[in-house]
Design a protein around this ligand. Structure first.
Ligand code: NCD
Length: 323
C-alpha cells in the first residue's frame, strides 16, 4: 500500500501550488497562495471548452459519500467530476449500505479506498472527514462535517467575492444567522483572514453566537463586532452573508422553534445598504431571505451556487487530475 504524502508540508510551499493527492478536510490546511491558486484555476474552468474538460480525469472514479442531505454540494461535485471525464460512485444515506447492517465507518472507508481515486464526504459528526482521511490512502475532501467545517463552500464563497468585487481584500462582511452551528461561516471567516478584511460583524441571536475559540482567532487578525441586530451595521457592509438556522443540530426542537424566524432579509434592506452590497447565502434558505429579493443584482446566492461547479472542477483537477 502506497503512503499518502503528509498534508501539512504542502501548505508551506506557497510558491508552487501543488495539491495533487492531498486531503482537504479543513480550510486551515490551505495558505493564501493555495487559495488563490484554486480560485485562478476555477476562473479558467469557467472558460474551458467541454471537450478539453472531458480529458482531465480520464475515467477516474470519485466516491461521494453523503451521510447527510445535500443538493448543491453533492450535485456540484458530481457534475464537476462528470464534466471532467470522471465517474461517480457513492451513496446519499446509509440506508442502502452495509453501515445499515452495522458495519463500522472505518471498514466502510477502507473498502472504498480500494474502489475509488478520491472520496468526497459529508457527515453529521464533527471530525468525520479527518477520521476518513486518516484511514484512506486516497485523497479525502470534506463536504461538511457536523458543525465544524465546510472548506469547499468557503472556497466557492471567496471565488464569488472575487468575481463580484474584482478583489477579496479590504471587505466589510456581516455574517448573519446561526453562527454557532453554521459550518460554512466557520470555514469562510477563517479563510478570509488571508485577505486583510476591514471588519467582521457577527450578527446572531445570543444563543447562536459563534464559538469563542473561533472568534478569538478572528480577533487576532481583524476587527470583530458581535451584534444582535442587522440594522446596527447594515450601512457599512460590502457583503451580507446570511445563513440558515441549523435545525438538525439542536438537541430540543423547542429551542429551534423559539429561534426560527428571528431574522429575515428582504428587498427593504437595500434602501439602507450600500448600493453595491452583495447578499450571499450558501443555501438552502428556509425563510431567512425573501424570494422577492432574488430579482435584484445584489442577490448573489444563485450565482454563488453556480460558481460551486467551477470551483469543484478546479479542485478535482488539482487534487485528483495531476499536473
Ligand atoms: C450548507 C451546509 O450544508 O452546510 N449548505 C451548502 O453546503 N451549500 C448550509 C446549510 O445547510 O445551511
Amino acid at each position: 500500500m502506497g503512503k499518502k504524502p503528509a498534508r501539512k508540508k504542502i501548505a508551506k510551499k506557497a510558491a508552487s501550488v501543488n495539491l495533487n493527492g492531498k486531503d482537504l478536510v479543513s480550510i486551515n490546511q490551505l495558505d493564501k497562495a493555495e487559495i488563490l491558486g484554486i480560485i485562478n484555476e476555477a476562473r479558467k474552468f469557467e472558460k474551458l471548452s467541454p471537450a478539453k474538460k472531458l480529458k482531465i480525469l480520464g475515467g477516474k472514479v470519485i466516491a461521494t459519500l453523503f451521510f447527510e442531505p445535500s443538493t448543491r454540494t453533492k450535485l456540484s461535485f458530481q457534475t464537476a467530476v462528470q464534466r471532467l471525464g470522471g465517474n461517480v460512485i457513492g451513496f446519499d444515506s446509509i440506508d442502502s449500505t452495509s453501515l445499515k447492517k452495522g458495519e463500522s465507518f472505518s471498514d466502510t472507508i477502507k473498502i472504498i479506498d480500494n474502489y475509488a481515486d478520491a472520496i468526497v464526504i459529508r457527515h453529521p459528526e464533527n471530525g468525520a472527514a479527518e477520521k476518513a482521511a486518516e484511514i484512506a490512502r486516497i485523497p479525502v475532501i470534506n463536504a461538511g462535517d457536523g458543525w465544524n467545517e465546510h472548506p469547499t463552500q468557503a472556497l466557492t464563497d471567496i471565488f464569488t467575492m472575487q468575481k463580484e468585487f474584482g478583489k477579496i481584500e479590504g471587505l466589510t462582511i456581516g455574517f448573519l444567522g446561526d453562527l454557532l452551528y453554521g459550518r460554512t461561516v466557520r470555514s469562510l471567516s477563517q479563510a478570509l483572514l488571508h485577505f486583510n478584511p476591514k471588519k467582521f460583524y457577527l450578527i446572531s441571536p445570543q444563543a447562536l453566537k459563534m464559538e469563542n475559540k473561533i472568534v478569538d482567532k478572528l480577533r487576532g487578525k481583524v476587527e470583530v463586532v458581535e451584534l444582535e441586530k442587522l440594522d446596527d451595521c447594515l450601512a457599512e457592509l460590502d457583503v451580507l452573508y446570511v445563513t440558515r438556522i441549523q435545525k438538525e443540530r439542536f438537541k430540543f426542537e423547542s429551542a429551534y422553534e423559539q429561534l426560527k424566524g428571528s431574522y429575515s432579509v428582504g428587498p427593504e434592506i437595500l434602501k439602507r445598504a450600500k448600493k453595491g452590497i452583495r447578499i450571499m447565502h450558501p443555501l438552502p434558505r428556509i425563510g431567512e431571505i425573501d424570494p422577492e429579493l432574488d430579482k435584484y443584482e445584489q442577490a448573489t446566492y444563485f450565482r454563488q451556487a453556480a460558481n460551486g461547479v467551477f470551483l469543484r472542477e478546479a479542485l478535482m483537477k488539482m487534487i485528483v487530475g495531476g499536473k
